[in-house]
Design a binder for this molecule. Structure first.
Ligand code: HEC
Ligand code: HEC
Length: 426
């Protein structure tokens, strides 16, 4: 609990022990489940100091992640109540009346208020960082306001009542305690699963233990953003066009991968990756439906942060936050596995997109960086603006090639600069 225990700031009053415990729970979530710092740290010497600029359209509009530390001049000034509003409705307290556009509050809003308060307590004890955030330029998107927290779960294939936001589930059998504890949020997790249980008839025959693990896994997956990167329909993981479907998750694409990521230039040369694509996880041909996938092979990939089941065992592509998930308890990693495996096996995939997602495009500065027989497409490559990449591998279909590359005349070629895959993925 480095940040929590070691907070040496003199401007912050000493937190109470209850507060510290809450902050400890928040620290666990932030360290291992949700990578807030990944988006909220532009300068590694200023953790949680914000300043990462995110383009939001092709017309040059952008938003910048905020400083989440409690630096009095440049940091987060939200009260706990306002913070809950941010997380549950997307309200932007810096730009009044507007909604946050990049911040994944549509996922966070389903967390329990206890967990949200834990996140707030954690942010409050972070060492203050001085970092002034420049104003956003949201363009037409500034017209969208915050979205009240729905009383039911309404972003998936079926609408469901939500269990109470905090742990105990009210039950009133005569003469017995009035609450049943739901410490792992299994009941809540089961409610915030985007796919229809009607399309999973076998689910009801699973054991109580499996169903509980599924619910706990769902809470982690659907609040922890696996879906944000592993669901893709035309470049988005949910409907962002205002209207009746606003924020709905496309069921046919849920967790079937295909999001294309251009690795930012300074990282590309370090990671030796030019472009990556999120993997198909639960589709018929998805990772969790492959016969060779077991809990141990999944845990092995996360632990090594590499494709240890392939040769050569390339490191996992950016920005898959496996290093982050390594800190999950074994129980929680098992819950995530169970959730994915049950969806892969039980859900009726008829009509679901089954994407043949592609591996990572390797970064190169010369042929020596590529596999034998491949060449480095540095010069004249169609999407040189993105980065140079190894091409020329023998192939039969596009899925034999790296992210967004095309199989042309039995060899993998770089995509044209105008190829839609580069912006909208597969
Ligand atoms: C995908 C990137 C991303 C992730 C992950 C993310 N944020 Fe954000 N967050 C942003 C951006 C960008 C903004 C501001 C602009 C916007 O979204 O319109 C923001 C805004 C905020 C704000 C509003 C602050 C203010 O003063 O107005 C809070 C609070 C916040 N984030 C907290 C968190 C917490 C806590 C987590 C982790 C649980 C987190 N964020 C994870 C990108 C992210
Ligand atoms: C920030 C984006 C992001 C998030 C969040 C994310 N992933 Fe990934 N994931 C990726 C990308 C990109 C790849 C492809 C990496 C590559 O090419 O090596 C990937 C690959 C994987 C693979 C490897 C599949 C294979 O075929 O070898 C697994 C398994 C996986 N992700 C599971 C998860 C789970 C489970 C979660 C949530 C707990 C998650 N991911 C969250 C981006 C993400």
């Amino acid at each position: 609990m480095g940040y929590v225990g070691c907070s040496s700031s003199t401007s912050t009053p000493a937190p109470s022990s209850g507060h510290l415990e809450l902050a400890g729970n928040g620290a666990y979530l932030v360290r291992n489940v949700i990578d807030c710092a990944g988006c909220h740290t532009a300068d590694p010497t200023k953790p949680f100091g914000g300043g990462v600029k995110f383009p939001i359209d092709t017309a040059g509009h952008f938003v910048t992640s905020r400083n989440l530390t409690n630096d009095p001049a440049t940091g987060m000034k939200l009260t706990e109540e306002q913070f809950l509003k941010v997380m549950q409705t997307g309200e932007d307290f810096t730009n009044h009346g507007q909604v946050l556009l990049v911040m994944p509050w549509p996922n966070f809003r389903w967390m329990t208020t206890d967990d949200l308060k834990a996140l707030y307590a954690f942010l409050q004890v972070l060492p203050p960082v001085v970092n002034q955030i420049p104003p956003d330029d949201k363009g037409p998107a500034a017209g969208q306001g915050p979205v009240p927290l729905p009383a039911q779960y309404d972003e998936g294939e079926e609408v469901r009542p939500l269990p109470p936001t905090d742990a105990p589930v009210p039950l009133a059998p005569p003469g017995t305690p009035t609450t049943v504890p739901d410490p792992g949020h299994a009941v809540r997790g089961a409610a915030i699963m985007p796919l229809s249980y009607a399309k999973m008839p076998h689910f009801y025959k699973r054991t109580a233990e499996e169903q509980a693990a599924f619910g706990r896994g769902s809470y982690l997956v659907n609040a922890a953003l696996c879906g944000e990167c592993h669901t893709n329909k035309g470049g988005y993981s949910r409907v962002l066009k205002p209207g009746p479907d606003f924020l709905k998750i496309p069921a046919a694409e849920y967790l079937t991968g295909g999001t294309a990521f251009s690795v930012p230039p300074p990282l590309a040369s370090v990671l030796k990756q030019t472009r990556t694509m999120s993997a198909n996880l639960i589709g018929t041909g998805g990772y969790f439906n492959e016969p060779k996938t077991t809990f141990l092979s999944f845990a092995g990939i996360i632990d090594a942060t590499a494709h240890v089941d392939d040769s050569p065992p390339l490191p996992l592509g950016w920005p898959m936050p496996a290093a982050h998930f390594r800190g999950l308890s074994l129980g929680e990693l098992t819950d995530i596995y169970t959730y994915m495996k049950i969806l892969a096996e039980d859900y009726d995939h008829t009509g679901q997109t089954d994407k043949e997602t592609q591996g990572q495009a390797r970064y190169c500065t010369g042929n020596a960086d590529c596999q034998p027989g491949e060449t480095c497409s540095v010069d004249g490559s169609a999407d040189k603006a993105v980065n140079s990449q190894c091409v020329g591998k023998g192939c039969k279909v596009d899925s034999d090639c790296a992210a967004c590359q095309k199989c042309t005349a039995s060899t993998c070629q770089a995509p044209a600069a105008s190829d839609a895959c580069l912006t909208t993925g597969l």
